[in-house]
Design a protein around this ligand. Structure first.
Ligand code: ASP
Length: 440
């Protein structure tokens, strides 16, 4: 049995947090592979080391501020080393980082050093082997993403022979050794890759919250926690965007059916949230989660007999494609088709999209409605429960929310609702109350 444990920046921001992490790892001998982030914020007004490193890169041509930022970063690590009582000297590593940046190393290299240095501390603290992902997580020049084939082959081989290891998160390297990072928050992806490489039983992702909540706590006071969610439900709730888990982290483990367990370093007894491929566990409520986002435009295209015109939909979408705009949602009727797009992407290209639709489809009417919000109500329990959509409708009517659009996905695990931006919070509250507060 082997578990991969990834710890986020807030779990490793200070010696005190490091000690909690050490206790968690020592409490279970199956926690054999550790993926650390860089030190995060110690308090709300503090700066993440990753941001300090981007700053260091930005000041490379100004000797004085470069030296100052470097010293500040060094102080963060020295504080942790001292607090842990370790005899570890990172002078050589810091000298090399300074020399590499002065010699022209790029911002990915700079940012990756946060995890690299924290990995050294973690390995020394736990007595585990340090494995540099630059040698094992191989990026492809063309896709600018990691190359799964090369990465898994390399990494599996190495880890098979290594009973315990620390593998810093967030970066790998191209075949020529140039360091490349994932996007921000990407240590989650590293954890997922390591879990897949060793066919882990569980990928534990330790952070500073006890898992996913049914709804955004900025909108709902003290929302209930999600105990178990399927990968599919989580994808449908992608707007959740609560920053708990990087969106791309689910793909490597999902393919292997490895569950992710989101856990709280500051409350290790809490079971957290389980993200699984499939489960027989019913969720406590009909819905698993509600999430949404403001700032959409609906482009509505009407044409009589549209339903029998072959290629109509493709041509409408082509107008968006030609303008490099992705669509979010696509409800349609017999003679009408609506394309939901992100308002900020669409605004500048609006007229060019409209004229392309006119040219390609000769519609009767095109109209645009802006300042809309989309809300996804997701739950595997909805499939076997009658009247879910009806309940949503009546809750929204009671709350005086005008529903612009409602669409049930064919998988029957999600319902998407379009409302005005100004009704967004009221709508989420109304839906939460009807399903969770009244426990229906
Ligand atoms: N340290 C990186 C960031 O701040 C990556 C991570 O924490 O996952 O984005």
């Amino acid at each position: 049995m082997a578990k991969v444990v990834k710890f986020g920046g807030s779990s490793l921001a200070s010696a005190e947090q490091f000690k909690k992490v050490g206790d968690i790892i020592k409490a279970d001998s199956e926690r054999r592979y550790v993926v650390p982030s860089a030190p995060g914020k110690r308090s709300p007004r503090d700066t993440k080391v990753t941001d300090m490193l981007y700053n260091l890169y930005g000041s490379v041509s100004d000797d004085r501020s470069f030296a100052k930022v470097l010293a500040d970063i060094r102080a963060r690590y020295d504080e942790i080393i001292k607090g842990l009582g370790l005899k570890l000297d990172l002078s050589k590593e810091f000298d090399k980082i300074a020399a590499d940046l002065k010699a022209g190393a790029d911002s990915d290299y700079a940012a990756s050093r946060g995890e690299f240095l924290n990995g050294h501390i973690m390995a020394a603290y736990l007595g585990f082997e340090f494995i540099d992902p630059a040698e094992y997580i191989i990026f492809d020049k063309k896709t600018e993403n990691y190359d799964p084939e090369k990465t898994y082959k390399n990494l599996s081989k190495k880890l098979e022979k290594t009973p315990n290891a620390v593998i810093p998160g967030f970066y790998g390297a191209y075949a020529d050794g140039t360091v490349k990072t994932f996007s921000r928050g990407g240590s989650d992806i590293t954890g997922s890759i390591v879990a897949r490489a060793i066919h882990a039983d569980v990928y534990e992702n330790w952070t500073d919250v006890s898992g996913f909540l049914i709804a955004d706590p900025r909108i709902i006071d003290n929302p209930a926690k999600i105990e178990t969610i399927t990968y599919r439900e989580l994808r449908e709730l992608a707007y959740m965007g609560a920053g708990v888990l990087h969106e791309d982290a689910i793909f490597p483990v999902r393919q292997e059916g490895i569950p992710i367990n989101i856990r709280n370093t500051n409350d290790p007894k809490d079971e957290g949230t389980w993200i699984v491929e499939t489960t027989s566990k019913k969720s406590k409520y009909v819905i698993t989660g509600i999430a949404g986002k403001k700032g959409f435009c609906a482009v509505n295209v009407d044409k009589d007999m549209m339903n029998s015109e072959i290629g109509f939909g493709r041509r409408v979408l082509q107008a968006f494609e030609e303008n490099n705009i992705s669509f979010e949602h696509l409800p349609s009727g017999i003679d009408t088709m609506t394309v939901f797009v992100h308002q900020d992407e669409f605004r500048d290209k609006e007229q060019s999209v409209v004229s392309a639709i006119r040219r390609m489809t000769d519609p009767d009417v095109i109209d645009i409605e802006s300042d809309l919000a989309l809300i996804a109500v997701v739950g595997r329990g909805m499939k076997s429960t009658r009247g879910t959509a009806g309940r949503i409708f009546s809750a929204l009517a009671h709350a005086h929310v005008n529903v612009k659009m409602i669409d049930q996905g064919s998988s029957e695990i999600n319902i998407i609702i379009g409302v005005a931006n100004s009704d967004f919070e009221t709508a989420i509250k109304a839906i939460y109350d009807i399903f969770v507060e009244t426990k229906l």
